[in-house]
Design a protein around this ligand. Sequence first.
Ligand code: UDP
Length: 356
Amino acid sequence: MRNILTVIGARPQFVKAATLSRQFTLCGIKEQIIHTGQHFDSNMSDVFFEEMAIPKPAYHLDINGVTHGAMTGRMLEGIEHILLKDKPEGVLVYGDTNSTLAGALAAVKLNIPVIHVEAGLRSFNMAMPEEINRILTDRISNLLLCPTDTAVQNLKREGFDAYPVQIVKNGDVMQDAALYYAQKAQEKSRIISQLGLTDFVLATIHRQENTDDSVKLQEIISGLNKINKEVQVVVPLHPRTRNILQQMNLQPAFTIIDPVGYFDMIMLLKHCKLVVTDSGGVQKEAFFFGKHCITLREQTEWVELVQHGYNRIVGTNPNLLLDAFQFFSNRQSVFSVDLYGNGRAAEVAAKEIGKM
Ligand code: UDP
């Protein structure tokens, strides 16, 4: 395959796409990008294209601010239109957002092979929109690029061995990004000195299951406020969470900043004491930068981090959060275990795509 169309639209997808797009250039695969517009603020989108030198999207669909069904439906129509015109050999999608599902569905209906990066992940929680998107996307993909052994096993357990698809463990492209951009971040970012940070906990909150449940959100705020009494808590706040906090008139005691670019995020990860998050990607990035992580969810797709003792799942209970904070505050771990491919995931992925 030498000519593909990539569908991305949300912040984590920009980070994932950056390394693979670079790899395509290196190995002569022509890639065109569709940006669905799911994330559109400049600090949620443009900054990643600029810092990570992601190729400029050939198409912008500008679809956002509507319900899940409307968003996925409009994307499906927009992407189909482009596929009919451009006739790529394959469509590449990342992760588990509405853009992922819309891209995969538009392609499969036109008999265009689908490549899914981050295939096989499962939280086993069907209340999560992400879980629905990833299960459906996996089922209609032709090349399933899995980040971990667990992801491969999940697919096998669901009977994927019986389908005419290819399942390959390539590792995690987010580790490639973390390794590749760490030096550039060190040179370019000033965030640590600008904010005068010394000893701090880095936290992010944006998962719908937390932001759309006022009890859970208040519990998280209360837990982070408690930690903040001991160590400064810094939260680059997702626009969705910011809007909901405003609507609820909640004013946390910890430090809230606007969402940051990837370079600043790397520096926050490098310098923090530990990480508290409900993000998927940030759980792994904590590990890449040698930090323990407390996860504000009831389950994780990245089970190997929990099994190795790097991550603790606490849900939203403030006392459990504080317990985990105290536990990790006194803990030393060795973070050199190879769980995610050590930076070669994009290379393996591009090679497999080239063979299709
Ligand atoms: N991220 C960032 N700035 C921020 C918050 C997150 O650059 O203010 C990056 C983070 O380092 C990771 C990606 O965005 O690479 C993860 O996105 P997010 O947490 O929104 O999505 P998830 O991984 O939960 O799908």
